[in-house]
Write a protein that binds this ligand. Structure first.
Ligand code: UDP
Length: 240
């Protein structure tokens, strides 16, 4: 079920429902884009209607982060739960029988991500990898590589909005059915970026952990309170 959080219609789903929805797209041979906006991305969409339309055009819009969940509570119509993109990706790797392609990250990251996932989930089916640094002229070759791999699911990890724009522009040239924009997930699987320890996750402080590890993100992250303030303004303005 979709729930409107200001400009974005998020899916209010559990993790299992999100994974089943992706499986359903393959079963019904339906092309579907999966996006995983956190507060930072959702705030960018508040300021850019075209980007909001692009996100709202996705089949699955997963609330990635406590900021989005909090905004939904402030607006009085909470989503079921946070469904972090990186966890969605890992659950899909763990449970699906369909072939997956990893696209994105610096050279070597997608390979390391695949190797680590194969150790963790020996029966997972990762059929190809490709780094995310390319020129426009390389795109036909990238698409050919993805198609030749036989992948039915493509993880597009180029950061937002690059990954969403790539999916929108090229989804129909690819034979896969599920195209998920997953930001830095391959860095997490590769071990080049660490997930927050349990403590931070439990208290909804993953953003703080990311900030401690990468203080240069402070500027990007300063939109988190702005996004929450926007939702309060929205609520007080009686728009919802
Ligand atoms: N990236 C890429 N190609 C680019 C720009 C970025 O493959 O042209 C990758 C980058 O190496 C990183 C990911 O995209 O793995 C973006 O990570 P970030 O943590 O910024 O994403 P977020 O999840 O915050 O959107």
């Amino acid at each position: 079920m979709k729930k409107q959080i200001m400009s974005i219609n998020f899916d209010s789903v559990t993790m299992d429902e999100a994974v089943s929805a992706a499986e359903g797209c393959i079963a019904s041979a339906e092309k579907c884009m999966v996006v995983t906006p956190n507060a930072e991305i959702a705030y960018a969409a508040e300021k850019d209607k075209k980007f909001a339309d692009l996100i709202n055009g996705a089949k699955l819009v997963l609330p990635d982060g406590v900021g989005v969940v909090l905004a939904s509570k402030i607006l009085g119509d909470p989503v079921k739960q946070k469904v972090a993109g990186v966890e969605f990706a890992e659950n899909l790797i763990k449970t699906t029988n369909h072939p997956i392609f990893f696209f994105g990250g610096k050279p070597g990251v997608a390979e390391a991500a695949r190797d680590n996932m194969k150790v963790k989930y020996p029966s997972c089916n990762i059929v190809g990898v490709r780094d995310g640094y390319f020129k426009d002229k390389d795109i036909p070759e990238i698409i050919a590589q993805i198609n030749n791999s036989g992948a039915k699911i493509v993880f597009v990890c180029l950061g937002a909005p690059k990954q969403e724009l790539f999916i929108q522009a090229h989804m129909n040239e690819m034979n896969a059915f599920v195209f998920a924009g997953l930001g830095g997930s391959l860095d997490v699987f590769a071990g080049t970026a660490k997930r927050a320890p349990e403590f931070f996750v439990k208290f909804g402080l993953e953003w703080l952990y990311r900030l401690i590890k990468q203080p240069s993100r402070i500027k990007r992250m300063s939109v988190l309170p702005l996004y929450i303030m926007e939702s309060i303004k929205y609520k007080l303005g009686g728009k919802k």
